[in-house]
Design a protein around this ligand. Sequence first.
Ligand code: AMP
Length: 406
Amino acid sequence: MSRPDSSSSVSQGQPPRELEQPLLPGAMLGVLGGGQLGALFAMAARRMGYRVTVISDAADVPAARQADRVEVVDYRNVEQLAAVAASVDAVTFEFENVPAEAGRAMAAVTRVHPSPDVLATTQDRGREKAFLSRHGFATTPYRLITSRAELLTAAEALGLPSVLKTASCGYDGRGQLRLSDRSQLDAAWESLGADRLVLEAWVDFTMELSVVVARGGDAATASFAPSHNAHARHILDVASCPAPVSEEIAAQAQDMASRIAAALGLVGVACVEFFLTRDGRLLVNEIAPRPHNSGHLTIEAAATSQFEQQVRAVCGLPLGATDQMSPAAMANLLGELWSDGEPDWAAALAVPGVRLHLYGKASARPGRKMGHLTACQPSVEAAIAAVTEARRRACRQPLSVPLTVE
Ligand code: AMP
């Protein structure tokens, strides 16, 4: 299947003055961060003939298993990161929470995509929302909070319920609290314990969507069709594509993602997460300047995967086609599934069309992303049914906490 808006989403913008020479297969690509996003990037890069150095703060990480070389670093050690950067032809990220100075020190010695400025904007919710507002992209109403007094005034202005989030380093619902009553404000301020927070109005959305977009050094952009994201306990549970939205909303989301990539000056891949409101408006929730969990289904379902797209963008190669070849769904496999030993993979894989990805993490903690399942089927409903059924079969006994929210 090919969505008309996805193939037409490759567009040419204004190219920058000086184009970098393409980095061709054989070059050594550095990926900062050692998790599954780095592992899947390394697999795509090595398939295309590149070599990969994983730059991580630990040696025993999922990406290390797929790499030619691993450099263990302290992400705060600017000199050490610059020295490693000098040993590779380009650096990209699977983990964006490195200090901006470290990014700049690496950029002084090799090509770094996305740029440290993009990281600086997207790693702080306050700066990210200010950037979006400045460029006219609709976001959740918010206030930046740096004191208890500001929290009280912001709660007054935005109303309750609202969500208090740490400005940096929050993910999968960590570092955020839903506030429904004024009596919770003091405790929330104490418990998040950060000196920069963002208070967001609660959005009564109908659906969460995300668009993975790539932008090359020549300013061409290419976005994938939006995926529909269902979360369980703040963690992505099932992503499916095409999303159950009109062509118009899908096109709007892709167009916004491409314009955000251009406004950021992105070279690389980013994921833009949206809330679709009951009155049909798309609000940007957040931007991740790297491939995203919701884009994993592009490995099986799209003409080019989000990871190959990252390789192409970072290396200055033409971006790949983003056409979706089949309706698809992806279900995350979280640590809970291991609570009664290794899940029953044979039972899961007996569901026709289901593909298994395991990241090789040594210990299975609740909430930890251990792997995912993908299915391509003639309809998106059938794809969702296949991955959820496969995951149910993998589970050796019913979980006390359900993995899916209906
Ligand atoms: P985030 O880390 O900002 O992506 O938040 C994780 C999840 O919490 C989102 O995917 C939503 O399901 C929920 N959430 C975050 N912010 C809001 C909000 N302002 N209103 C309603 N739900 C939210």
